[in-house]
Design a binder for this molecule. Sequence first.
Ligand code: ADP
Length: 385
Amino acid sequence: MVYCAGIIFAPMQKIGILGGGQLGKMLLQAAANYPVETFILENDANCPAAHLCHHFTKGDIKNFDAVYAFGKNLDAITIEIENVNVEALEKLSQEGVKVFPHPSVLKTIKNKILQKEYYKQHEIPSPEFIITKNRNDIQQALHLLPAVHKIGEGGYDGKGVQFIETEKDIEHGFEAPSVLEKMFPIEKEIAQMVAINEKGETALYPPVEMVFDPVLNLLNFQYCPASVAEKTRWKIEAIALSVVRNFKSPGLFAIEMFVDKEGNVMVNETAPRVHNSGHHTIEAHYCSQFDMLWRIMLGYPLGHTDAIVPSVMVNLLGAEGYQGPAVYEGLNELLQLENAFVHIYGKTQTKPGRKMGHVTILSHEKQELVHQAAKVKQLLTIKTD
Ligand code: ADP
């Protein structure tokens, strides 16, 4: 890149994304504003991102050869999901391809055991835990109950999590290396997004407050900004910065945290990538999370993270009891809502709880946000014919 009196002459860069779901799709929408040639690697040729990139490669993001062959002629590569082949990314990184985030970060985050040890090593507050090899080990740690058993690798969207309230629940524990974590008295679940560039400069988005579906364990609504006391917010920001700085890697990070009634803050987990908790930034913030990641990868200045207007984001999930080609009942009504931005990801198949789209609503009035979010849920059902 050549700098001349504040003007950047940037050659077209070739940047690849591992995974072609909705996060990849929204990254590509933002890429259209920049001089970048985009590449997607994904097994499903009909995935949401397949038709927006310049080059689509059908292949397995978990396979060494597929990832290495995909990445070897690129300038940079990023991910939209952690479950990728890290060894191939390490080799690509050694050969000069920039990887966002660094493969070492992915290694730590992909495995909940390593992730928890990372927090402990860096004195980042996170619920007390022990490592278990099998469910028998839980018997030796009854003092931690009620607790949450989390499988080390392969869990996502609550699928690798079991609540162990009493000894009776131990039978539901995992027979694989896992973390047993003391239950935290959660009052609010918060996500804090942090951007960090190659110079180590950082930018923080306002924290968001997440409300989960208790049955599906999937994000239901998310308010921005989170309503937390100023002191709690400072803690959230300081902890999130500590998580990110210790990784020593550029990228975009979403740090999920718990807050209790007294304002104590604990880290639950970190996503080293664009994240569901940042969707609202597309319409509600000056610089979206997707725009921000391109700025980081292309070496441009970090964007402004301030909210233009408070927002609520509603995930559009596949309805219970329907599996097959998706039909969007109530979409016309939804599209007539004021202050609502509708995103349909274009997945042809629905299933219960599948993330099929999202809606962002903007308003200065919290009551209006609450009301409109409920209306979205009421208006749209994603089912099959
Ligand atoms: P996943 O990575 O699959 O989303 P999480 O580790 O985020 O799984 O856990 C899913 C949910 O379980 C969290 O959003 C939270 O509601 C609950 N949970 C996880 N850990 C704890 C804990 N230590 N105490 C209380 N609730 C927890």
